[in-house]
Design a binder for this molecule. Structure first.
Ligand SMILES: Nc1ncnc2c1ncn2[C@@H]1O[C@H](COP(=O)(O)OP(=O)(O)OP(=O)(O)O)[C@@H](O)[C@H]1O
Ligand SMILES: [Zn+2]
Ligand SMILES: [Zn+2]
Length: 804
């Protein structure tokens, strides 16, 4: 039997299957979708079996050298999905397959030294013998660290040792010992009588099993008895009193949490109206896409929960996608309380091992629901009954690296395979989605009011230019300051959002106005207070703050702008009594920090939650009655056609955090452009007004959803090379597209240099471009082929989400 294998080399030349012979011993076992190891040139590589066949057109084939899976890592559907993903997003097949699997299943390549066939340990130099005694191999790194390489080299030259590569999973399966008594109650009592009084620990263990005569993990036994180490158990195992078995176990991030089951809420009339069509689609196994368009706090999540309940009751599975930053403990709790152990959670806060374990639970069908960020759309369920994408407009659903996929597209593709419905939910749907709903491509379900008719918060806009003219130089307007103070006094909570993009602290010379920029990228360096360092957020460069201006030599060099740290400082000065929790990349980078901060706020240990965009979504705190936006317009002026849309969405979302429960809410938006329609309409919470206005502009400028776009970016260290290639590419495209497609460029990218690479781009706008796939493929082949040698990089983004 022959296997077609896609090997683990993400490059143009290797982006096709290679034929290998399946050794006789594996002929019944090997299946499509399994991971194997194969010899490839001088190396050994991981690969995916994509097809099994009887014969090959090639004569001399190498054998598959190892099996990494006992079950296919990718089932038939996912394998097919991988091919589709590679075609749609112009990525390598291997990148597509790996994107669908947890990181733990990527290959770990380890150099090792082993005895050459026919050699025995005693043939080696005496110093090396003990090291090869056990397995006949040793790790290259160990040899290196122990200065043994010269000896090893000698033996290799003489042919006694050889180098090999061990391919294994990056992550491992956790094993745990499980202990159970082999004797009944009476037996244990008898043993207790026989054991010496001084063997306290052994007695303690026996007494434990008298109380709990069931099998328990070693860790639990030790924890409950306060003893440590397996060594206290071992004598009892040797005596035949206890039995030990090592088995696989799962690492559970939520082990410490207890989730109490909660009641299903009786739906409001509006909610029932939306549930009806979803239920019918589920019943009829119809592949229908719904847009659940409901204002913030209208009870969308409750509808998700109840729809999923139906699916699970039928024995089917559901995928729920939530943006990474909304995947808060609060959200997880809602699902865990409803579905208990049937829920798997996948988010970036989990360790590699925890993610791997959640994935295995899904693959084995031990859970029925997965709640997760973008990549959870690839959950290896076999019988999907429903896919939900909450906050469907969110940018984090688009992956900004290879494969550049959008989770929404993948969800729709999977739903059509499984003949099941999809629910897209949002208070501020993306223009693309709402337009489709208006044209009846998607079924529109609307929730106009908040649950229990709670009013949407009242929004005031403050013109910061006038504050300035009035002599207020603080970052707080008088109105916002008054309201904040009032909340602190009344013991109510406030949320303050600083829209950070482009407004984080920078370092400037007050004498000549120079702003310190990154030497590798054309962006200003960001000042970080804690380490007193400047960082470039694009290339990662870190530098100390200069004492004198590099340009004019003045020592009046200071940091400026309103980073969250700066706001925190100012709050400390203005309202020394207020307790503030700050949430930004700096305070949440440690594992679990995000959760802990939110918990403190929820428990009422702070008056003000101050943060970046990450606090805008999903939070549902009863005592929050005020939301303040410090600078609404920082995103408005970015060179991206979606900047108004993003501003509108963000302001609406963050406003929705106020007054969700008994207490009414208020919102204060500070801005330098109060007249802008995004800000005006967000303050009126008028999504449809915004939609009309923005659609008009998109139509005028030939942008999505009227046109599709594709963005090609060329980068090279040599500015002329980058420019010249972009020019060639643009010319090629212009010559081959149909007349209705518009081609722009070549032009410098908005981020014209990142990490010392100059960037040029070419932009296509098209309604229907039958040649697109062929053109892009051709360009990829031509310019991707020798990427390593030429130093040229071409990135192709079909339907880009960020235009930089
Ligand atoms: N039928 C119902 N009866 C009573 N309370 C409900 C009902 N449905 C939802 N709620 C409650 O109303 C609040 C808001 O509901 P939910 O979080 O589901 O809204 P949402 O539309 O998903 O919110 P957002 O998108 O703004 O995060 C929650 O506290 C929820 O428990
Ligand atoms: Zn200066
Ligand atoms: Zn940089």
């Amino acid at each position: 039997m022959i296997a077609e294998v896609i090997v683990d080399v993400p490059a143009q030349q290797t982006d096709r299957p290679f034929d290998y012979r399946v050794p006789e011993k594996w002929s019944g076992m090997i299946q499509e979708g399994m991971r194997v190891t194969v010899p490839f040139g001088p190396r050994k590589l991981l690969g995916f079996v994509v097809k099994l066949k009887e014969s090959s057109e090639f004569k001399s084939l190498k054998n598959i050298s190892g099996l990494l899976d006992m079950e296919p890592a990718l089932n038939e559907e996912l394998l097919e999905l991988g091919h589709w993903l590679a075609d749609e997003t112009m990525c390598f097949k291997i990148s597509a397959f790996q994107a669908m699997l947890p990181a733990a299943m990527k290959a770990k390549y380890e150099k090792q030294i082993r005895l050459t066939r026919g050699m025995v340990v005693s043939d080696l130099l005496p110093e090396l013998q003990p090291l090869f005694q056990k397995t006949g191999t040793m790790k290259w790194d160990d040899a290196q660290n122990n200065e043994l390489l010269p000896l090893v080299k000698k033996e290799m030259d003489r042919g006694a040792l050889e180098l090999s590569i061990k391919v294994s999973n990056k992550g491992n399966v956790k094993k745990e010992k499980f202990i159970k008594p082999l004797l009944d109650k009476e037996g244990l009592i008898t043993q207790l009588g026989e054991i010496s009084k001084t063997a306290k620990n052994q007695r303690c263990i026996i007494e434990y099993f008298l109380e709990n005569p069931i099998e328990s993990p070693l860790s639990k036994v030790l924890k409950d008895t306060g003893l440590s180490g397996y060594s206290v158990i071992k004598p009892l195992v040797n005596k035949g009193i206890l039995h030990v078995q090592e088995r696989e176990s799962y690492r559970d991030h939520y082990e410490q949490h207890e989730f109490q089951a909660d009641a299903v809420l009786p739906l409001t009339e509006e909610q029932r109206g939306a549930m009806g069509p979803i239920e019918r689609a589920v019943e009829e196994k119809r592949n229908e896409t719904f847009l659940l368009y409901g204002v913030t706090g209208s009870g969308k999540t409750e509808i998700y929960l109840q729809s999923i309940k139906r699916i699970v009751d039928e024995g089917k599975e559901a995928i729920v996608l939530v943006p990474e930053i909304s995947l808060t403990p609060m959200m997880v709790t809602r699902f865990k309380r409803r579905f208990g152990n049937l829920v798997a959670v996948l988010h970036s806060g989990l360790s590699t091992g925890e993610k791997y374990d959640e994935w295995r639970k899904i693959q084995r069908g031990e859970v029925k629901v997965v709640v997760g960020a973008r990549s959870a759309v690839f959950a290896p369920f076999k019988n999907i009954g429903l896919i939900i994408i909450d906050e469907e407009h969110e940018g984090s659903y688009k992956q900004e690296e290879m494969p550049r996929y959008h989770a929404r597209d993948v969800a729709l593709k999977r739903a059509s395979y499984h003949h099941c419905p999809v629910i897209l939910g949002s208070a501020t749907p993306s223009l693309e989605t709402f337009a489709r709903a208006k044209r009846d491509v998607y079924t529109l379900l609307t929730l106009k009011s908040r649950v229990n008719q709670r009013a949407l918060p009242e929004v005031s806009i403050v013109d910061m230019r006038e504050e300035m003219r009035g002599g207020n130089r603080s970052m707080f307007s008088e109105l916002l300051f008054e309201k904040l103070k009032e909340r602190v006094e009344k013991g109510e909570q406030s949320v303050l959002m600083l829209n950070r993009r482009g407004h984080s602290s920078f370092v400037m010379c007050r004498n000549c106005g120079l702003v310190v920029t990154c030497p590798n990228c054309d962006v200003s360096m960001t000042f970080h207070r804690v380490q007193s360092q400047m960082k470039c957020h694009y290339c990662g460069l870190e530098e100390g703050v200069p004492n004198v201006c590099p340009d004019c030599g003045s020592d009046h060099i200071r940091y400026f702008g309103t980073g969250t740290q700066k706001v925190e400082e100012e709050l400390g000065k203005l309202m020394p009594h207020a307790r503030v929790i700050r949430m930004d990349v700096d305070t949440t980078s440690r594992k679990g920090a995000h959760e802990a901060l939110l918990k403190r706020f929820e428990d009422g240990q702070a008056d003000i939650l101050l943060g970046t965009q990450m606090i805008a979504k999903g939070l549902d705190f009863p005592k929050v009655t005020l939301v303040g936006v410090l600078s609404a317009d920082t995103m408005l002026h970015l060179p991206d056609f979606r900047s108004s849309e993003r501003t509108f969405q963000l302001l609406t979302q963050v406003s929705g955090r106020a007054g969700r429960h008994e207490l009414p809410g208020e919102v204060v938006i500070q801005t330098y452009t109060p007249e802008h329609y995004s800000i005006q309409l967000a303050s009126e919470q008028d999504y449809e007004g915004f939609f009309m206005r923005e659609m008009f502009l998109r139509k005028q400028n030939d942008y999505p959803p009227y046109y599709y776009i594709a963005l090609l970016t060329v980068s090279h260290e040599d500015v002329l090379k980058a420019m010249d290639t972009a020019d060639k590419i643009t010319t090629y495209i212009k010559r081959h597209v149909s007349p209705s497609t518009v081609v722009f460029g070549p032009s410098a990218s908005p981020m014209s240099r990142i990490n010392n690479r100059y960037r040029y781009q070419c932009l296509l706008k098209y309604k229907r471009e039958p040649n697109l796939a062929v053109i892009l493929k051709k360009l990829n082949e031509t310019y991707g082929r020798n990427a390593a040698q030429s130093g040229l990089q071409l990135s192709i983004d079909v339907n880009p989400f960020i235009m930089m």
